[in-house]
Ligand binder design. Structure first.
Ligand SMILES: Cc1cc2nc3c(=O)[nH]c(=O)nc-3n(C[C@H](O)[C@H](O)[C@H](O)COP(=O)(O)O)c2cc1C
Length: 166
C-alpha cells in the first residue's frame, strides 16, 4: 500500500490520534513449537462485521509476539477490565516471559485468556493485509463471552476508567 503523507510528523500524528480513546485488549496464543503462551496489548481491536462475525486489529511489523502467535491461526482476545493496568504493563513490555505472575486459563483451542477480563473473544485469523508499518489482521469469531466490571480505557497516552456521561 503506497500512501503519500510526507508532511505529517509521526509524533504529532500520535498525539492527535491519542485523543481517540480505545479499549485495551490482550491478543494471545501459543507458540506451536513450544506451546509457550505469547501475547501483546493492542488498542486497535474492534468489531468489523456482524454476519459473518469478524473482528480486526493492527499489529506493528516489528512485533516479536505476533510471529509466535500467527502460525497456529487461533488466538484469544481478552478485553481488559479497569483493575488490570498491571496486565497491560506486562503484556505491552518486551520482557521474555510476559505471562509470569498473571492469572490466565485456556480457551477451547488452548489460547491464553486473561482471568478477570471484561470480555473474551476466541478467534481464528482469516486475512492479513499490509497497512503501512502495521499488518491489519482480520479474524473470524469462534465464540465470545462477556465478563463483569468496567473496561480499561487508553486515552492520550494514559490508562483510565470508563465513566458514564451525565
Ligand atoms: C494501550 C496500548 C495499546 C497498544 N496498541 C497496539 C496496537 O494496536 N498494535 C501494536 O502493534 N502494538 C500496540 N501496542 C504496543 C504493544 O503492546 C507493545 O509494543 C508490545 O511490547 C509489543 O510486544 P512484542 O514485541 O512482544 O510484540 C499498544 C500498547 C499499549 C500500552
Amino acid at each position: 500500500m503506497t500512501l503519500s503523507t510526507p508532511t505529517i510528523e509521526p509524533r504529532y500524528f500520535r498525539d492527535v490520534i491519542g485523543h481517540l480513546p480505545t479499549g485495551v485488549t490482550v491478543v494471545a496464543g501459543r507458540e506451536p513449537a513450544t506451546g509457550a503462551p505469547a501475547g501483546l496489548v493492542v488498542g486497535t481491536f474492534q468489531s468489523l462485521s456482524l454476519e459473518p462475525p469478524l473482528v480486526t486489529f493492527s499489529v506493528a511489523t516489528t512485533s516479536s509476539s505476533w510471529p509466535k502467535i500467527r502460525p497456529a491461526t487461533h488466538f484469544s482476545a481478552s478485553v481488559l477490565a479497569d483493575d488490570q493496568s498491571h496486565v497491560c504493563q506486562a503484556l505491552s513490555s518486551k520482557q521474555s516471559d510476559k505471562f509470569a505472575g498473571l492469572d490466565w486459563s485456556e480457551s477451547a483451542e488452548g489460547s491464553p485468556q486473561i482471568t478477570g477480563a471484561h470480555a473474551w473473544i476466541d478467534c481464528k485469523t482469516v486475512h492479513e493485509l499490509e497497512g503501512g508499518d502495521h499488518v491489519i489482521v482480520i479474524a473470524e469469531v469462534l465464540r465470545l463471552h462477556a465478563g463483569t466490571g468496567q473496561p480499561l480505557i487508553f486515552h492520550r497516552g494514559r490508562l483510565g476508567a470508563y465513566r458514564q456521561a451525565a
